[in-house]
Write a protein that binds this ligand. Structure first.
Ligand code: NDP
Ligand code: MG
Length: 386
């Protein structure tokens, strides 16, 4: 048993449900949960964990949750909220740590609200740091709370940094699986289907991040995420394709020593570490057998074919609103691809085109981030004549 109380934003998703598995195993209390519209699963979670607050972001679905709960909420004094105000209220509920596992830049505001309420945050929602990393870092400094990375690569880097004292990092080696289309040419990618793009070789994840992994946008977002989390320069990050997803990332120190974190590809390990840090407790993930792995392989990423990655690297270097532009354009383009309205390669083309044609200063508030995000999405829709 671990006597911690946590809140889980995005509780019905891939990371959210795995977080609740960890909470269940270690008997953690759940203060609040939130999702967008999956009221069936939310209702089950409410009955099992009896949180004080539950948010259904989609206002129309909040009533459905009430019906589904048949008075359980009234009996246990559970507040049902909705919309962005509701999501932020969920993020501010009293607890030891808020796990932010919603998908998309919608996660930025609740992250900031959780920090303002002096809650520690375990962050899976990388779009938060891509669009508003500087706002998050300022809020962390002001409120004196901690942010723990959940993303496997960033958890790995965080683990490699334990015990570093004042030693300088020379370089971060950010590993990438390469996704389902590693080694393919643009010609071969012309007609890939949604189903092919959704079949990731090593990880089972939500749809948006799975498409991001196929386009390598995910690694681009993670490149920016690493800079925001670990205060390194872009030139200090080397992206290496490592097909087996066993080395989750590594840190090279001034003396040339490279410390890496290895493990089976299972998100429970980083989720759990973010919740129990600095303790390590047993995890039911498959033990790593290096002899079963046999060999580990490493390659350079192809940033010309996978232009989303190139766009993210370039966007960060501009040090203005460009990271929000590429993120917003990508969120819109991925949604269109999943709806069958555009082709796979168009995602990269649209993200690159948005970066080239839209320019905004660095946003200083969440509202300014929203404004840039809106313009990037509109740009993509207009370009696709939708
Ligand atoms: P999923 O699509 O599986 O889950 C997303 C969750 O967010 C769902 O619970 C969904 O609710 C909820 N949600 C979406 N929009 C809103 C909203 N507006 N308000 C409240 N809740 C909302 O995604 P993943 O779990 O795969 O990914 C979550 C985040 O973690 C992403 O940022 C991703 O990049 C990151 N991540 C994921 C990894 C993974 O292994 N899956 C690994 C590393 C990072 P509903 O079910 O009702 O739609
Ligand atoms: Mg990752």
């Amino acid at each position: 048993m671990i006597s911690k109380t946590i809140s889980v934003l995005g509780s019905t998703g891939s990371i959210g449900t795995q977080t609740l598995d960890v909470a269940r195993k270690y008997n953690m209390k759940i203060a609040a949960i939130a999702a967008r519209s999956n009221v069936e699963l939310l209702a089950q979670q409410v009955v099992e964990f009896k949180p004080k607050i539950v948010c259904v972001y989609d206002k129309q679905k909040a009533g459905q949750l009430r019906t589904q709960l048949k008075g359980f909420d009234v009996r246990y004094n559970i507040e049902i909220v909705s919309g962005m105000d509701g999501l932020c209220k969920t993020a501010q509920a009293p607890c030891d740590c808020v796990v932010n596992a919603v998908v998309g830049m919608v996660g930025l505001k609740p992250t900031l609200m959780a920090i303002e309420a002096k809650r520690n945050v375990a962050l899976a929602n990388k779009e938060t740091l891509v669009t508003g990393g500087h706002l998050v870092n300022a809020a962390l400094r002001k409120n004196g709370v901690k942010l723990y990375p959940v993303d496997s690569e960033h958890s790995a880097i965080f683990q490699c940094l334990q015990g570093r004292a004042n030693n300088k990092i020379k370089k971060i080696i950010l590993t990438a699986s390469g996704g389902p289309f590693f080694g393919k040419t643009a010609e071969q990618l012309k007609d890939v289907t949604v189903e092919q793009a959704l079949s990731h070789p090593n990880w089972s994840m939500g749809n948006k991040i799975t498409i991001d992994s196929a386009t390598l946008m995910n690694k681009g977002l993670e490149f920016i995420e690493a800079i925001q989390l670990f205060d390194v320069a872009p030139e200090q990050i080397e992206i290496v394709v490592h097909r087996e997803s066993i080395i989750h990332s590594a840190v090279e120190y001034a003396d040339g020593a490279v410390i890496a974190q290895l493990g089976s590809p299972d998100m429970k390990i980083p989720i759990q570490y973010a919740l129990t840090y600095p303790e390590r407790v047993p995890c039911d993930s498959k033990p790593l057998s290096l002899t079963d792995c046999g060999k580990l392989t490493f390659y350079k990423p192809d940033i010309e074919t996978f232009r989303c990655l190139k766009a993210c690297i370039e966007a960060y270097k501009r040090k203005n609103g460009a990271t929000t532009v590429v993120n917003g354009a990508n969120e819109q383009a991925v949604a269109l691809f999943l709806q069958g309205k555009i082709k796979f390669l168009e995602i990269g083309e649209l993200v690159w085109s948005a970066l080239e044609n839209l320019e905004f200063p660095l946003p200083h508030t969440v509202e300014e981030v929203y404004e840039i995000d809106k313009k990037a999405r509109e740009y993509v829709l207009k370009k696709c004549q939708l």
